[in-house]
Design a protein around this ligand. Structure first.
Ligand SMILES: *Cc1c(COP(=O)(O)O)cnc(C)c1O
Length: 952
């Protein structure tokens, strides 16, 4: 017997669901003899072979982990006091293990299907309650992308709501974090808003402004009393947003109590690793009167079919998928996983624990400041929370060098100032080390214990918080590890994520997030680096991002990639800004029309609006393709003002349109640029490349095609690839070579999850990536073929094949049986499945995207459920099931309903065990079908009091 001694790369076959024999069987079903033959039939002639992935062969999991470990080792973790919106903290171990590293949490999708999402909806409601409580404003959303983009959202929010309708000026305090000011400037420019940065203490006339942004405590550490200023802004008809530090708010009067209209900020220091800048959850809270204008997702209470309380996403009519260019923002993917970590940090520590952490940091900072003064240093703040600015004059550069030599990072404020912020991880010995660093040689250091006895807090008495925080039981119940562990398990058990079932959501690409890809994310070398640490310390990240950029250029056919955008929507925004700047650079600033096909994802028009463009919608033909003649007519009609086309490829209908080269040509001929939305890249990697068939710029969703998990609705990464002429207009950052045009707070956006994509590409190699695309296409066509005799497949390409997803048309069934897509989606829950995408891009349809990671058994299990459901619909059609009281209309069925009085004309078994295999392993939805209308009419967006639960 010979034993193979080579260490083969098994990863490709681990990532891909179907086994070799299954693949053959599926190909046979479709009438093909090879994967090559199938993809050759699917990809249109004109774009075939545009992708030749020039990537090394895939590495095994062990080898890739060793490679990335070596990269990680090049990051140096020095003691860091830089602050500026990013603070060291401890991720409590039970949250690390049971939430951040737990696929039940990180592989879930955005909770659009509330019946299978009650766990993460509850965690998000806790987040909203936490934010609302700490900021003193009644309505908080379920997260935004980062503090700086939240500030930009606050600016446009003030613009929409301010009573000063004629002003185009927004005041931003110079005490805001510099990265926030940079993103504000980027956002303001295309909208014609002028950001006036100044010192609020020197403002006399407030009438020019529609709104203002203040920072509390200020970026330099000062705690200012803004009460009078807010009143003056209000008297001038301006609205005021306050960027506030959540931990400081446990001790300070919250913005809502001193009149702020909006509070925004970061929840990073509530247990989320620094991660070189992200991902972290930002928050946004406001007054009740403004809730309908709020950006981002909002969780609200409603009731289910049985009148029991149930959670759901509220007021979706504000959002891009419904309101398109009139939406309150373009946010789609947000930061759910990180918001949940922050909310659980508060659940675990409780009000006393959080206050204690804040007091301790503040007291250490006060001792540090007192000691520094004793050493003769000039501490600029008399009232501060955790941050000091030292006027170090001509000692500045020498002190900075000395700090570097001792592996200590201070904030370099300017030539004469250094700053430092303490945090949850700071200790007595850190304070002493800082004294030693900043003292002149030979000086005697202060006596810590003596100072600790004598020093009192420095928070202004008038601003000490009087109101209680977090009195809801959820923040007072889970303070032992056992209780928290079980709470997290209980919530996860309410939900369906990829660890239980396929999630066949079209356009969302819910594929495997392999454990080997995830493991490096929580390594300290990636997790504990500050985004503004000196460049020498982030060599590992620099290598990782450089290599990843090159890999993504290979995959897309573009010349350069920016990793900064931290969601697909942000990538779209960065891409359109690049197009806008390109036109401007050629003296064609008049170009502001963005053509968008009617089938586009809602983020496209919402983004075009944010980028200051006018949206012109173009038609689709009866086969779901872009109506080329309509497009041509509109491109010609607007040829003098044409800025861009935004088009998704393969189309949102899941088809490789034959006309894509012609479409790109029409736009270019009329002076426009082509933005190809790359959310559907999972059908293309290794087969064709948007940068090679006409695109000027695309975003990718690394949280779709490139294996970053969805986290229940974020984090995401939305890098953009561009052709060479757009390279000068990629997003910059004060920490990068190009300084202008930051779209995110951190230079590499959500840097700490980039290892996931690096690992995926490294392990798959060029061949593996191509195979993944081919299998994604095979799986989708297999489902389409198995289901087409039961449900018509709405669109297919020239040869009857689909790309990586397929749309089932349920509209005819609605006519014959009264059964809607909603009923089918909810009935799938009884079978243990997450529904496909509903009514996008066509109302009354289901869009199924299986991805390459699902095995043939799982695809068959899903098809059998869909076929069984079709039989039930047929029974409704022929009258053997009641047209109103049937298993579809009543789905999903809860355990409580089954053990209660049974009045339905079908059996309990049919309700909950429609197929026998469910008896072995059944998912029980915790609530029945959720009433959407009730929730919006009776909006409750924070944890309700226990009494109201009991009344319900
Ligand atoms: C998911 C998606 C987007 C938006 O991406 P986010 O990361 O959620 O912001 C844009 N376009 C299409 C076609 C998508 O499927």
């Amino acid at each position: 017997m010979t034993i193979n001694l080579s260490t083969a790369n098994e990863f490709i076959a681990r990532h891909i669901g179907p086994r070799q024999a299954d693949e053959q069987a599926m190909l046979t079903t479709l009438g093909f003899d090879s994967l090559q033959a199938l993809s050759a039939s699917v990809i249109p002639e004109g774009i075939k072979g545009t992708s030749v992935l020039n990537l090394p062969a895939g590495q095994s999991e062990a080898d890739a982990l060793a490679s990335i470990k070596a990269i990680a080792a090049k990051n140096q973790l020095h003691k860091t006091y830089i602050g500026q919106g990013y603070y060291n903290c401890h991720t409590p171990s039970p949250i690390l293990r049971n939430l951040l590293e737990n696929p039940a949490w990180y592989t879930a999708y955005t909770p659009y299907q509330p019946e299978i999402s009650q766990g993460r909806l509850e965690a998000l409601l806790n987040f909203q309650t936490l934010i609302s409580d700490l900021t003193g404003l009644p309505i908080a959303n379920a997260s935004l992308l980062d503090e700086a983009t939240a500030a930009a959202e606050a600016m446009t929010f003030c613009k929409r709501l301010s009573k000063n309708k004629t002003s185009e000026r927004f005041f931003a305090s110079r005490h805001c974090h510099p990265q926030t000011l940079d993103v504000l400037r980027t956002r303001a420019e295309p909208l014609g808003i002028e950001v006036v940065v100044g010192d609020e203490r020197e403002l006399s006339d407030l009438s020019p402004f529609f709104g203002a942004l203040l920072q509390y405590p200020a970026s330099n550490g000062d705690v200012f009393d803004y009460r009078d200023l807010v009143e003056r802004f209000h008297a001038a008809n301006a609205l005021v947003a306050v960027a506030a530090d959540l931990l400081a708010l446990t001790l300070l009067t919250p913005p809502g109590e001193f009149g702020a209209d909006v509070a925004i900020g970061s929840a990073q220091r509530f247990g989320v690793p620094l991660g070189f800048g992200g991902p972290h959850a930002a928050y946004f809270s406001t007054r009740d009167a403004f809730k309908r204008d709020m950006p981002g997702r909002l969780v609200g209470m409603s009731v289910d079919r049985h009148g029991k309380p149930a959670l759901r996403l509220a007021m979706q009519t504000r959002e891009q998928h419904i309101r398109r260019e009139k939406a309150t923002s373009n946010i789609c993917t947000a930061q759910v996983l990180l918001a949940n970590i922050a909310s659980m940090y508060a659940v675990y520590h409780g009000p006393q624990g959080l206050t204690q952490i804040a007091r301790r940091i503040h007291q250490l900072t006060a001792i540090l400041a007192q000691g520094l003064k004793g050493l003769g240093l000039n501490v600029e703040q008399s009232q501060f929370f955790d941050t000091l600015t030292l006027h170090t004059g001509n000692r500045t550069s020498a002190l900075h060098a000395k700090a570097q030599a001792r592996h200590i990072n201070l904030r370099v404020v300017d030539d004469e100032r250094l700053g430092l912020s303490l945090d949850e991880t700071s200790s007595q010995s850190d304070v002493v080390a800082l004294w030693a660093l900043l003292a002149v040689d030979g000086q005697t250091l202060p006596d810590f214990d003596a100072l600790a006895q004598s020093v009192t807090g420095t928070l202004p008495a008038a601003l000490l918080r009087q109101s209680a925080i977090l009195s809801h039981p959820v923040f007072n119940r889970y303070h032992s590890e056992t209780e928290l562990m079980r709470y997290l398990r209980r919530l996860a058990d309410k939900d369906l994520a990829l660890d239980r079932t396929m999630i066949p959501l079209g356009s969302c690409t819910m594929k495997l997030n392999a454990a080997s890809e995830m493991i490096p994310v929580t390594w300290a070398e990636f997790g504990n680096l500050h985004p503004f640490a000196p460049a020498e310390q982030s060599q590992g990240y620099q290598q990782l991002t450089r290599e990843l950029e090159l890999m993504l250029c290979e995959a897309t056919g573009y010349d350069a990639v920016s990793l900064q955008p931290n969601a697909g929507s942000q990538g779209e925004y960065a891409g359109l800004l690049a197009i806008r700047a390109y036109h401007q650079s050629r003296g064609e600033e008049r170009r502001d029309i963005c053509l968008i096909p009617s089938s586009a994802h809602g983020t496209n028009p919402a983004t075009a609006h944010m980028a200051g463009m006018r949206v012109v919608v173009t038609a689709c033909d009866a086969r779901g393709n872009v109506d080329i003649e309509d497009l041509r007519a509109k491109a010609i009609e607007h040829r003098d003002h044409l800025a861009a086309l935004m088009i998704t490829y393969p189309s949102t209908h899941g088809v490789f349109e034959e006309g894509i080269r012609e479409i790109c040509g029409i736009i270019h001929d009329n002076g426009g640029q082509v933005y190809i939305d790359g959310a559907n890249m999972n059908a293309m990697v290794g087969l064709c490349a948007p940068g090679k068939f006409g695109g000027d710029v695309s975003h990718l969703n690394l949280h779709k095609t490139f294996c970053i998990p969805h986290g229940g609705g974020g984090p995401g990464v939305g890098p953009i690839g561009v052709k060479s002429h757009l390279i000068p207009f990629l997003p910059g950052h004060s920490a990068l070579e190009r300084k202008e045009g930051a779209v995110c707070a951190a230079p590499f956006g959500s840097a700490s999850i980039l290892p996931i994509t690096w690992m995926y590409i490294r392990m798959m190699g060029g061949e593996g990536l191509k195979r993944a695309s081919q299998l994604a296409i095979l799986n989708a066509n297999y489902i389409a073929r198995r289901l087409e005799e039961h449900y018509p497949v709405l669109y297919s390409g020239a040869n009857g094949l689909v790309a990586h997803e397929c749309i089932l048309d349920l509209r005819p069934l609605k006519e014959t049986s009264g059964i809607s897509v909603d009923d089918v989606a909810k009935r799938l829950i009884d079978f243990g499945f997450h529904a496909p995408t509903m009514s996008f891009p066509v109302a009354g349809t289901l869009m199924i995207e299986p991805t390459e990671s699902e095995s043939k058994q799982e695809l068959d299990r899903f098809c059998e459920a869909m076929i069984r459901i079709r039989e039930e619909i047929r029974a409704v059609e022929n009258g053997s099931l009641d047209k109103d009281d049937n298993p579809l209309k009543n789905a999903p069925h809860t355990a409580a309903e089954i053990v209660g009085e049974w009045t339905h004309p079908y059996s309990r078994e049919q309700a909950v065990y429609p197929v026998a295999s469910l008896i072995e392993g059944k998912y029980w939805p915790p609530v029945g079908r959720v009433d959407n209308v009730f929730g919006d009419r009776n909006l409750v967006c924070a944890c309700p009091s226990i009494e109201s639960y009991q009344e319900a």
